[in-house]
Design a protein around this ligand. Sequence first.
Ligand code: 5RP
Length: 218
Amino acid sequence: MTQDEMKKAAATKALEYIKNDTIVGVGTGSTVNYFIDALATIKHNIVGAVSSSEESSKRLKAHGIEVFDLNNVDVLDVYVDGADEITKHMSMIKGGGAALTREKIVAAVAKQFICIADDSKQVEILGNFPLPVEVIPMARSYVARELVKLGGDPEYRQGVITDNGNVILDVHNLSIINPKKLEADINAIVGVVTNGLFANRGADILILVGENGVNVKQ
Ligand code: 5RP
């Protein structure tokens, strides 16, 4: 299987977790794009979706799936999203697509976080993938200095403005032994909107596809 075939297989498997007559939380990225395409095949069974990015909203609407404002939705049974890295403890690094803040908000509302990924995303220790941090533009240099104090090597993601009008710092060279603590420590820096560690609210179910097929962990 190619990596794209693995992503598609994980996305298709996630359909088994979608209940009829519900609103589905939808993440962002190339794996989620396969999920949105799969969701379109059962669109008449669901009420619609809450989306974590303008990109995903556009794709959902193109398929004729209604996109709801999260403020008008009380209950989300499931949130389906990819990851840049995930550990066996279900902690993740996300935000490679710069959608981390909205992803974290929709994930917070959902009862279940279903992570879909090819097995290249599974790691022992988080941090090989640079950790994205969404920052209020005027705080960029200050936050970068604070991230250096935490042992990281922040790099400004040039030319990227998030859906919320902010900038991204990608933090290199972090060996993340205690992801829950680091998530909280980075979020405590003034000017940080949020960071791409999803440890305090990790995944509940992981659908991981490798050469040996589809594996589900929960
Ligand atoms: C976007 C994300 C994505 O879930 C993450 O980057 C994985 O993307 P892909 O499925 O394209 O590998 O967090 O902000």
